[in-house]
Design a protein around this ligand. Structure first.
Ligand SMILES: [Mg+2]
Length: 346
């Protein structure tokens, strides 16, 4: 379908369309490549039952972060978290990090130091070591490009592709907070730009601001799997919104999914903020993104092991290949899940 668009603008493809287009040009032949493009990380087979998992992520100023309200140290921290989260989504822990930075001349050495302080703090927290990188200059703004890797047991790796019909769909933590935090920050920025004498009002919003500005990755959930003796059948991290991640699991696993609006975990502060902004709370979870929670499926037989865990919610189940991905609303209607622009519920 892309042949006719070769001369078109890449904006027409969208991010996922562009990835698919580039993916179609790549074929791999090395037998050690267990997974190339198409999961949260690539998986390369080593000897002795081990694998190397690798992922990379690029953050561009004013596309992924806005330094008019995001403290630069937090930007550094969050950039590592986003990378760590992708390795966790494979059910392995990361070990090594490459850090490549590109700055325009407007940045001071202090700013670079602060950014690096944030990167180092996150590395300490997630026990990741920096082993290399690159620096360059750029005409405008800042680009942070990280490459993360981890070595672990091949038998522990969980792919997007393992979900079976009737598996339960689960998510860690709560969703939508990062998105609502972003909405608050954007609103205050607007107000401030119109009238710089007005002080921003962030009272009572600490939780959602932290979710947006300095999120954490769910390394603890891997230990939960271990202690509960549960092996997810498929997993992905939530960086682009629940809807979009469910569609990725669906495509990779060749199953449909049904989820229930009332089961989606949403924190009270997120919920109230969504109402105040006239956004459906479920919409903030489905479309928001940047929550860095883990979305995974488990076999029905593991239901008892996980059902009472405080920080894991069962939000739905996998259906047959012929069924699409849908959400049953609180009122009982069904809505198709879409990768972007889920606007039915307000
Ligand atoms: Mg991911």
């Amino acid at each position: 379908m892309f042949e006719n668009k070769d001369k078109g603008e890449i904006g027409n493809l969208g991010e996922f369309g562009l990835i698919k287009h580039l993916q179609s040009k790549i074929s791999t032949s090395n037998e050690r490549i267990l997974k190339g493009i198409g999961d949260d990380a690539s998986v390369i087979e080593l000897d002795k039952g081990l694998v190397l998992v690798q992922s990379t992520d690029m953050l561009v100023e004013n596309t992924h972060f806005d330094l008019s309200y995001a403290p630069i140290q937090h930007v550094g921290y969050k950039s590592v978290v986003a990378n760590v989260s992708d390795i966790l989504a494979m059910n392995l822990k990361p070990n090594y990090l490459h850090v490549s930075l590109s700055f325009s001349s407007k940045f001071t050495l202090d700013a670079v130091n602060e950014l690096y302080d944030g990167i180092l703090k996150a590395c300490k927290k997630y026990e990741v070591e920096i082993v290399g990188g690159d620096t360059s200059t750029i005409s405008k703004g800042m680009v942070i490009s990280l490459g993360i890797s981890g070595i672990g047991e091949k038998s522990k790796v969980v792919y997007r592709a393992g979900a079976n019909e009737n598996d339960l769909l689960c998510v860690s933590g709560d969703l939508g907070g990062a998105y609502m935090g972003l909405q608050v920050l954007e609103r205050e920025k607007r107000i401030w730009s119109e009238n710089p004498s007005v002080q921003p009002d962030f009272s009572g919003k600490d939780y959602i601001l932290q979710r947006q500005l300095r999120p954490e990755a769910r390394i603890d959930i891997l230990d939960v799997f271990k202690s509960l003796d549960v092996m997810p059948t498929a997993m992905i991290d939530i960086s682009d919104g629940l809807s979009s991640e469910i569609l990725h699991l669906s495509e990779a696993s060749q199953v449909g999914f049904t989820i229930y609006e009332e089961k989606i975990p949403i924190d009270q502060v997120t919920y109230q903020q969504a109402i105040d902004f006239n956004i459906g709370p479920a919409t903030s979870a489905l479309n928001g993104g940047e929550d860095y929670e883990l979305l995974f499926t488990i076999a029905q037989k593991d239901f008892d092991k996980i059902k009472n865990h405080m920080d894991i919610s069962i939000i739905g189940h996998a259906t047959s290949k012929n069924e699409s991905c849908q959400m049953i609303s609180k009122g009982g209607s069904s809505f198709a899940l879409k990768a972007q622009g889920f606007n039915h519920l307000n």
